[in-house]
Design a protein around this ligand. Structure first.
Ligand code: NAD
Length: 412
């Protein structure tokens, strides 16, 4: 698989080539400000000691505290976390929330851990990173294979260490301990707001959609899409893929996933099973990658049949694939815009924690919607102004904000 940090740096250089970006800013953005790799020992249920590798990358904080999720995945490595931290920096600037970017992770297959082992690992990550994280310094959140329960353990561990309540040190928490209404569905909901704008631009009424990855981002997006009357024709998860050109029953599919742990094995009508790779190449209007990075590459991008790609996942498209898709006229709505609803509602959660005053779900979405529409419009307009793809348009837009903050701080 392509190196995601190299991919991120190629995107940065490409966008910088369109504007008069100060060379000092480019130099600063090529390296994270601070990185931590820590050994996290966990006593396993069988009595053996296992030492996991944990990471936190603090990429840039010119616009505010570092902000970004924690990923638990067997393939997580420093370059992946570095790339994700860079993308968070760009994402927060794209939607205009007052944060820099960071990311964390642990190299682990959480599906192989018991609940007790998972809790020990989550608490261990916080003990290792306690000097880095905090409400005004660096605020983690969930990412792949972490969830509100993990955030709850992490907040509890942190508060025990510092000796006072500080719910704003982490977001994506359960609502009972300071989470925000709407945070669980925010990434997908933000993606839907962006998709509505895209469909207007492309003049598509009732899109056929393929969603790769049926987790927090993908499954919720699929179900909101179905509620809109859009046709979800394909889905996949790590165990397999399904396609039915007439549309899949997303509600039944979600129940099946809950019962069996996978979408694979769900049969209705003419649904066909296939590999994950093949699913990406089936006919549809919108292809929505919502799993991991590097899935659209120079090898398959030329055969994508979608009219547009909406990147709910971070980094699913390599720069070579971007170029091919742009030449083919396939619009790619980039990750730093399409999935920014999650971090935007994380920002709302942090604001509510600091006020100690909580909003109803409707208020959360009433605030999210205009921010996503504004960000879409800004990015779309930049891409038209510079005759470039939307990713480059988003980078141009966010780099201007980051550059202004760096200059106003006198960092360059
Ligand atoms: P998740 O753990 O809830 O779900 C991930 C899903 O991807 C699972 O269904 C898994 O089975 C599937 N998957 C794994 N490997 C796959 C493969 N090779 N092919 C197809 N499916 C595969 O994770 P999530 O939180 O939904 O995150 C998914 C993506 O969205 C990530 O790139 C993440 O960084 C991004 N994202 C998530 C959020 C959020 O708030 N959760 C916010 C912004 C971006």
């Amino acid at each position: 698989m392509a190196n995601p940090f190299r991919q991120a740096m190629q995107q940065l250089e490409h966008a910088a080539g369109y504007i008069q970006l100060h060379p000092d800013i480019l130099e600063r953005l090529k390296k994270p400000m601070r990185e931590m790799q820590a050994a996290i020992p966990v006593r396993m249920d069988d009595g053996a000691l296992h030492v996991f590798s944990g990471y936190r990358v603090q990429y840039d904080n010119s616009r505010g505290p570092f902000k970004g999720g924690i990923r638990f995945h067997p393939k997580t490595n420093p370059d992946e976390v570095r790339a994700l931290a860079f993308w968070m920096t760009m994402k927060c600037a794209t939607v205009g929330i007052p944060y820099g970017g960071g990311k964390g992770g642990v190299t682990v297959d959480p599906k192989k851990l018991s609940q007790r082992e998972l809790e020990m690992l989550s608490r261990g990550w916080v003990r290792a990173m306690r000097d880095m994280v905090g409400v005004d310094t660096d605020i983690p959140a969930p990412d792949v294979y972490t969830n509100p329960k993990v955030m709850g353990w992490m907040m509890d561990e942190y508060e025990q260490l510092v000796g006072h309540h500080e719910p704003g040190m982490i977001t994506g928490k359960p609502i009972s301990i300071g989470g925000s209404a709407g945070r669980g569905t925010a990434t997908a909901q933000g993606g839907i707001y962006v998709t509505e704008q895209l469909l207007k631009k492309l003049n598509i009424q009732r899109p056929r959609i393929i969603v790769q990855g049926f987790g927090n981002a993908g499954a919720v997006y699929a179900s909101l899409a179905a509620e809109h009357g859009w046709r979800v024709v394909g889905v996949s998860d790590s165990k397999g893929a399904l396609y039915n050109e007439k549309g899949l029953d997303v509600e039944l599919l979600a129940k099946h996933k809950l019962q069996t742990g996978s979408v694979a094995g769900f049969f209705t009508g003419a649904a066909k099973t296939m590999t994950n790779e093949k699913l990406l190449l089936q006919p549809c209007d919108l292809l929505v990658p919502a799993a991991l990075e590097g899935v659209l590459t120079s090898i398959n991008a030329g055969r994508v049949k979608a009219r547009a790609v909406v990147e709910l996942a971070n980094g699913p498209t390599t720069p070579e694939a971007d170029e091919k898709l742009f030449k083919k006229g396939v619009v790619v709505v980039p990750d730093i815009l399409a999935n920014a609803g999650g971090v935007t509602v994380s920002y709302f959660e942090w604001v509510q924690n600091r006020m100690g005053y909580y909003w109803a779900e409707q208020e959360v979405f009433d605030r999210l919607r205009p921010m996503m529409i504004q960000a879409f419009t800004d990015v779309w307009n930049q891409s038209k102004k510079y005759s470039c793809d939307m990713r480059t348009g988003a980078y141009i837009h966010s780099l201007a904000r980051i550059a202004e903050a760096m200059q106003d701080r006198g960092r360059i």
